[in-house]
Design a protein around this ligand. Structure first.
Ligand SMILES: Nc1ccn([C@@H]2O[C@H](COP(=O)(O)OP(=O)(O)OP(=O)(O)O)[C@@H](O)[C@H]2O)c(=O)n1
Ligand SMILES: [Mg+2]
Length: 396
């Protein structure tokens, strides 16, 4: 049996939980993504623990627990200020909606729990002494960077269709490839993706966009037909192919990814990102960046001013994917050197103009806009005297 190093602080601090469960006569293991990531020498997060103890038994073993998901078998154990999810070994059945089981049954056998998991590399269990339980050749799949469904891939994707998106996300995130039978099952079941909530699909897609092997993840998304069942990607194979063929450099932000996707799909970011239920801040940021990207490679000073700093960073980065010799730094420097960057930087405002005798109303707004443009263009100095003089000379 293979041994792994448990000195990573996240594991080390949780080991007493495994030990206390064993001392009480139960089995307990680290399971899921933390085991996979530790074996890959990647940073680990959310340590999941699985145990043969039933929820009521877990609560008897530990002084401080919180019922976070007791009907699913999960009890949160509080230790040194951290909460650890401890979940009873379970089997699942039903899945009439392709999203979640109708019934979960608590079991005492680790094998029963591991065999309902999605991929072999996610079905490893790690004991407190560092031994790894590997019932489905997950270690050799891990070594070969292979994603393989546990058991029958069709069954796994029928249980939870989101797993198909997880596969392409892991591909992008880990640089693994999906083995043939698993790929074929995704292609056969791609339509089930439509059963999954947009938020869950989007969460996987965003992680795919940010992965270091994005090209591979996108290629599988297209080749398996999954993209046909994702919001606004149906019928867009050639635009997606072009997007997937962008230089492999990872996107430094979601904004860059969505800006380029919107560009290739020729879809306005508003409706595109709303269909994906993305947060309003990401939608607004992408809208500004897409507008500026359309003005690349030579945006005017005014276009840079209107875009604002965040969109300048995003759009210049996006342009380097479209035009490898693009000089992003010089456009960013031009932005930095603009005389003003926001209305608040202007030496006058509406109130100053009214005090100087300009009538309130739409004309006032137009005058302010013209003065702002003149300052941004370097045609007027940003001083109250110069701007007031110019407002008096303003023809309208
Ligand atoms: N649709 C899913 C989601 C999760 N799991 C199982 O539950 C574990 C934990 O799930 P989750 O935290 O969502 O994913 P991780 O694999 O841990 O990956 P990460 O946390 O890095 O996203 C997975 O490893 C897998 O064993 C599963 O079988 N099917
Ligand atoms: Mg996890």
């Amino acid at each position: 049996m293979m041994q792994i190093d448990l000195s990573a602080p996240d594991f080390a601090r949780a080991i007493p939980i495994l030990q206390q469960l064993e001392q009480a006569g139960y089995e307990a293991y680290f399971v899921g993504g933390s085991v996979r990531d530790a074996l890959l020498h990647l940073p680990i997060h959310d340590v999941d623990i699985a145990t043969s103890a039933y929820p009521a038994e877990v609560k008897q073993v530990f002084a401080r627990t919180v019922d976070t998901g007791i009907q699913h078998g999960t009890v949160m154990v509080l230790l040194h200020g951290t909460g650890y999810e401890v979940t009873t070994f379970r089997t699942e059945s039903g899945y009439q909606d392709f999203r979640r089981p109708d019934h979960v049954t608590f079991v005492r056998d680790l094998a029963e729990d591991l065999k309902r998991r999605d991929f072999t590399v996610n079905a490893l269990a790690l004991r407190h002494d560092g031994t790894v339980v590997d019932l489905f050749a997950g270690l050799s799949d891990l070594a070969e960077h292979r994603l393989r469904a546990v058991g029958d891939p069709h069954a796994r994707f029928h249980e939870d269709a989101l797993r198909m998106m997880r596969a392409v996300r892991f591909e992008s995130q880990l640089g693994f490839h999906i083995e043939a039978a698993t790929t074929a099952a995704i292609a056969d079941n791609a339509a089930l993706l439509a059963k999954i909530s947009v938020e869950r699909v989007a969460s996987e897609f965003n992680r795919l966009l940010l992965g270091h092997w994005r090209q591979q993840g996108l290629a599988s998304l297209i080749d398996t037909g999954l993209a046909e069942f994702a919001p606004r990607l149906a019928g867009q194979a050639s635009a997606l192919q072009a997007f997937a063929a962008l230089p492999a450099t990872p996107f430094a932000s979601l904004e860059i990814g969505w800006t380029l996707l919107s560009h290739f799909l020729q879809q306005a970011p508003g409706p595109l990102l709303k269909a994906w239920k993305q947060p309003n801040a990401l939608i607004a940021a992408t809208q500004h960046a897409v507008t500026l990207l359309a003005a690349m490679p030579q945006p005017s000073d005014w276009q840079l001013y209107e875009a604002g700093e965040a969109a300048v960073v995003t759009a210049t980065a996006a342009q380097t994917y479209l035009q490898p010799d693009f000089d992003a730094a010089s456009v960013q420097t031009r932005y930095a050197q603009l005389p003003i960057h926001a209305a608040a930087d202007l030496a006058i405002n509406g109130g100053t103009l009214i005090q100087a005798g300009v009538q309130p109303g739409p004309k006032l707004g137009q005058t302010l806009q013209r003065l702002t443009q003149a300052v941004v263009a370097g045609e007027l100095p940003n001083t109250q005297a110069a701007l007031l003089a110019a407002s008096r000379a303003d023809p309208c």
